[in-house]
Write a protein that binds this ligand. Structure first.
Ligand code: TYD
Ligand code: MG
Length: 455
């Protein structure tokens, strides 16, 4: 069979196609297809069915005979970043850090690299800011200036040349969208350039055992420009979360070949740069002095730490043009629709004719289903215009038949809530602790109806 040649690539989603079209068949974006620059086949390793393979064949092993050495990790200079990385930077690994412009990627890496440079040989390459700007920021943040090597460069070939000479153990490229390689005749930032530049840099990192950190900007739609292209080429992908106007910045791993992907690193943006928040459990509470309708605190768990998060709901008469709005910020909007259906069907509370908005305070994303019960109780509270008790904490997953399912690490969540002064907890029956927790009244529930009865 003839091999299909892909000649075009979507600048939005990275999908390949053989022919040009006005609309991408994969993500449906318009006018995003661009000609893929020709990358000539590399010499030596060509194989065709007729000729066989000429060259050195790779050895085949059983797993137990594969030689390996324990991965070497080095601290990134910041504990919260190490936590997300699964214990530090791995030798010869490539990490992509993505986030909105201005969220703090450069600040984080400058802070971390200046500290790391005290122990390791680190090279920070900036393609966006001038060296003077970088130096000025480092000075203002009172970072150690003596060790980190910096370079302003956008040519991949030049970067590799310098890296060959200086032999850094950690290298940062800020950002991957600004660099370009001469091997591709396309503008910097396009998918062809991104792909080829990343491939060259990655190959170098693996060969030399350099830990490489790539900064990537996120487009408005929330995806890294050319996301698919980069995500599968690197070992770990970390995303910055948080709202520009909120103090807190979260870093979440969405892919990590060397660690768990559920850890969250938490920082606060201050006038002196990013500060690590070592004990973040109560930062996502807006806690009004008096109880207000539609607000409720839940305990979620991010990686190894429990977090108290305030869930807010606003239920309001719909504008009446026939479309009901179901908006979720920091929570799953599709799940909200499902939860409202359960609420109607199994507890008889209807939100028909009402717009429903829910929000997790502080720009945090709650990805676990343990938020279900808190969402529904907040919705009911807003719908009825009645505030819930101030000292109440809630968690639990809501099933399609209105049952309340347990969540992992219930005891730990309850103890954390107690520590922060909560005195009552509505929790799934299976999460009720066997021995009582002093000062915390447990209200175990099995169904949504029982939970509503409790409030
Ligand atoms: P930056 O690291 O330049 O963002 P990115 O590299 O992700 O585009 O972050 C810049 C933002 O951070 C800017 O809006 C100002 C804010 N900031 C502070 O609030 N305090 C500080 O000490 C610094 C350095 C930046
Ligand atoms: Mg930047």
């Amino acid at each position: 069979m003839a091999k299909v040649r892909f000649s075009y690539v979507c600048q939005e989603c990275g999908a390949l196609s053989a022919q040009w079209a006005g609309q991408c068949t994969s993500c449906a974006a318009w006018n995003t297809l661009q000609a893929l620059a020709d990358t000539a086949p590399r010499s030596g390793r060509q194989r065709t069915q007729q000729q066989g393979f000429s060259g050195v064949l790779s050895p085949v092993h059983t797993l137990e005979n594969v030689p390996f050495s324990e991965e070497q990790r080095r601290s990134s200079g910041m504990t919260e970043l190490d936590r997300v990385l699964g214990g530090g930077l791995v030798e010869g690994s490539v990490v992509l850090i993505g986030g909105d412009p201005g969220i703090g990627k450069s600040t984080l890496l400058l802070q971390s690299m200046t500290h790391l440079a005290l122990q390791e040989k680190a090279l920070y390459i900036t393609g966006e800011e001038s060296l003077a700007q970088v130096a000025m920021r480092a000075r203002r943040l009172e970072l150690p200036l003596g060790q980190l090597q910096v370079m302003a460069e956008v040519s991949v070939e030049a970067i590799l040349e310098v890296a060959q000479q200086h032999k850094p153990t950690v290298m940062v490229i800020d950002s991957i969208q600004t660099v370009f390689t001469e091997q591709v005749q396309a503008a910097a930032g396009g998918v062809s350039q991104l792909r080829e530049s990343t491939a060259l840099l990655t190959r170098f990192a693996k060969q030399q055992g350099v830990s490489l950190i790539l900064v990537g900007h996120v487009t408005k739609e929330g995806a890294l420009a050319g996301p698919r292209v980069l995500e599968h080429m690197v070992d770990a992908v970390l995303y910055f979360e948080g709202e520009q106007d909120s103090r807190y910045r979260m870093i979440r791993a969405v892919k990590n070949r060397f660690g768990a992907v559920n850890e969250l690193g938490i920082f606060a943006m201050t006038d002196r740069g990013l500060k690590e928040v070592a004990n973040p459990s109560a930062i996502f509470l807006s806690r009004f002095p008096v109880p207000i309708a539609g607000s409720l605190v839940m305990v979620t768990r991010e990686g190894s730490r429990p977090l108290l998060v305030e869930i807010q709901a606003l239920v309001d008469q719909s504008g009446g043009n026939g479309t009901l709005r179901r908006v979720a910020v920091g929570l799953d909007a599709n799940r909200l629709g499902m939860l409202l259906a359960v609420l109607h069907r199994h507890a008889g509370v209807s939100c028909a004719g009402q717009d429903v908005f829910i929000n997790a305070v502080g720009g945090v994303k709650v990805v676990e289903t343990g938020a279900d019960l808190a969402v529904l109780l907040a919705v009911v509270s807003s719908l009825k215009g009645r505030a819930l008790a101030h000292d109440l904490i809630v968690f639990g997953e809501v099933g399609l038949s209105g049952e309340i399912r347990p969540v992992a690490n219930g005891q730990e969540r309850l103890r954390e809530a107690r520590k922060h002064g909560f005195t009552r907890a509505i929790v799934p029956k299976a999460n009720a602790p066997r021995s009582p927790i002093a000062g915390l009244e447990i209200l175990p529930v099995m169904t949504l109806q029982e939970a509503l009865g409790q409030i």
